[in-house]
Design a protein around this ligand. Structure first.
Ligand SMILES: C[S@@+](CC[C@H](N)C(=O)[O-])C[C@H]1O[C@@H](n2cnc3c(N)ncnc32)[C@H](O)[C@@H]1O
Length: 272
């Protein structure tokens, strides 16, 4: 897909998804975010930059760790995500966070400024993930650390049929290379290409639980990466894609809803 179009699909798609995001994904993404925080190890007083922060699920946890003497600049391409994160921050009285709309591939910050760079589950959506990693590298001070996470391999993510199911009805080209970063050594290669050294990586399975059909469908269609395509579907098409998606995850149905397998890759590195 043409990079400009991909950015537009992302920007306006996540605007649509924002209101469903926390309810659909907060618990389900926690294992990945826990591991990311453990590997990032934010310290009191640190200056942090985050790309693709979404509603701030990781941002707020980092803000607590870096404390009042630290600061996190949390950025995202979607205005609605930034608005939502800002409103949560003001409700919670955070004063060490600045949320700002920004493309991860073009950070509007000067170089050598931050101690820590974060990108949680964002790289799959960028036209040029390698460029976004280079931008984080540029923004970090010497000895600065980076920690990033992506979904793992397609064959280990039981919800992956969502893409072809939606594509059958609209050439959404949501994320043509969605699983590329989490497959083989692609992410490590891009981290090295950006200049990072001392790279450490963890790949691990996780279970994505939804208690019923409705919540599984909302997460997959309204609250995730196909939201822009989905909101254009009429009722008939929605019924078809719902049925197809539920069939594709039938294997993971339990007495309590669905336990869908997933896989995450979390990686950290240093700017020497
Ligand atoms: C799955 S959400 C992840 C949100 C958050 N980091 C988390 O872990 O919950 C992906 C986010 O990437 C953002 N995004 C997509 N393309 C982007 C780009 N080129 N630059 C910055 N953010 C982007 C979307 O707007 C969305 O908020």
């Amino acid at each position: 897909m043409e990079p400009r179009l991909q950015r537009r699909v992302q920007r306006y798609g996540w605007d649509k998804a924002a209101e469903y995001y926390d309810k659909s994904w907060k618990d389900q993404l926690k294992p990945s975010q826990d591991k990311l925080l453990e590997m990032a190890d934010p310290k009191p007083g640190e200056k942090v930059i985050e790309t693709s922060c979404g509603t701030g699920l990781v941002t707020f946890r980092i803000a607590k760790k870096i404390g009042a003497n630290g600061h996190i600049l949390a950025t995202d391409l979607s205005d609605t995500m930034i608005d939502m994160a800002n409103s949560i921050a003001s409700d919670m009285d955070f004063e060490n966070i600045t949320f700002q709309r920004m493309d991860a591939e073009e950070l509007k910050v000067s170089e050598n400024k931050f101690d820590l760079g974060i990108c949680s589950l964002g790289l799959m959506y960028f036209p040029f993930p390698d460029k976004a990693l280079k931008e984080l590298f540029r923004a970090l001070k010497p000895e600065g650390r980076v920690a990033v996470s992506v979904w793992g391999e397609r064959k280990n993510c039981g919800w992956a049929e969502i893409f072809p199911i939606v594509d059958k009805h609209v050439a959404s080209d949501v994320c043509p290379m969605f699983f590329q970063q989490g497959t083989g050594n692609t992410l490590r290669f891009n981290m090295e290409k950006a200049g990072f050294t001392d790279i450490e990586s963890e790949r691990f399975p996780a279970t994505i639980h939804y208690p019923n059909d409705d919540e599984a469908l909302t997460a997959a269609f309204a609250g995730g990466p196909v939201a822009l395509a989905y909101q254009k579907f009429d009722d008939t098409t929605r019924n078809i894609v719902h049925k197809d998606y539920l069939t594709s995850i039938q294997l993971y149905k339990t007495d309590n809803g669905y336990d869908i397998p997933g896989e995450f890759v979390v990686m950290k590195g240093v700017k020497k």
